[in-house]
Design a protein around this ligand. Sequence first.
Ligand SMILES: [Ca+2]
Ligand SMILES: [Ca+2]
Ligand SMILES: [Ca+2]
Ligand SMILES: [Ca+2]
Length: 408
Amino acid sequence: MPNRFTRAVSMLAGLVLAGSGLAVVNAAPAAANVEDCPKGYFCGWTGKDVTGSMWKTNKNVADLGRWADDIHSYVNRTSKEACLYGARNYDKSSYLWSVERGDAEDYAYYGDISSVIRSISFVQDRHECNVRDYPNWMSLPTSATPDFGDLNGDGRADVISRDRAGGLWFTPGDGTGRLIGTGGWNAMNALTRHGDFSRDGREDVIAREASTGRLWLYPGTGTGALGTRKLIGTGGWNAMSKITAVGDLTGDSRSDLVAVEKSTGRLYLYPGTSTGTLGSRKLIGTGGWNAMNALVGMGDTNGDGHPDLYAREASTGKLWLYPGRTSALDSRALIGSGGWNAMGHLFAVGDFNGTDAPDLVAVTNESFVIDGWSDNPGWLINYLGRGDGRLESAWRYTNGWWGFTDFC
Ligand SMILES: [Ca+2]
Ligand SMILES: [Ca+2]
Ligand SMILES: [Ca+2]
Ligand SMILES: [Ca+2]
């Protein structure tokens, strides 16, 4: 027994040095029992079948230190799924497996683990364990000169995704991705882009700061990255529910913005100006726009030279086309008869399949049904534009789009 005691103490020392935050109990081995693991904790034992020393944690552990190769049985009594990784810092490429959340009566327990477990994180859904840092986005070059959707000027539509940590990812359309915002983007509660606002020919991003109601312009650098931001709305933008860049609706070749006023349900057009700011707003929808829970600046879907707007009706899940004309919108047309509330995100990045007609990107939420079963969030659904304002039927592409909080 003294040898085992020494071993346990040295492991404890290793833990302290690693700063992992693990709590260790039963440093001296005792007749352990799975019930020794308190509710709300994930516990591991040095021996198989719940024997030897036990450690416990109720929060993420980025580095298990010397415990990494000393976990031979464990139990998850937390209220979350546990993701186990073979490398430190939850490296998704080292993902091993997940452990179901335990409840009071029946909790997951595994008896004889031989894998090295170097980090553990706790998540609401196991998808989060190994979803990629950025979504898998593929696009084809368009033969048209894209006036929006292309941040790096290579003729292919790009996507920007915000992750839960507030990072911003740029995916150029070849399946790769890179971080263009290391953090802080959770301070923004609206993200939109559609063409060039700063008048340098490069596409920009506009974001609303939740705490201040300010509107910021993040000028695109032409490489997919964003430059130093510029204030273009000094406040009051929290009075608007939806803020969507729509392209040039006024016909002066400058990109414009539309926004819905919460208190009135009115839709306003904010014209871009020669200095990259926004000019005096103009009322283009006299009411009823609070009935819409998504607006998408689609670009010119019907080939008449004016950018068009899609809007989703919350109560019915219908998708409507509002054809653009100079500084106004024409009568709407139904283009999706229902079911659109199963989409968590709808956004437009122009033509991504090489036909020149703008397409629509959708990412599903939990209510999306596949083969009769719901709970399918994070699927990328591509809707290809027909060139007449309408869409081809859905094309379910890939499901790695889970865990992101916004796209533009
Ligand atoms: Ca591009
Ligand atoms: Ca620009
Ligand atoms: Ca304009
Ligand atoms: Ca049009």
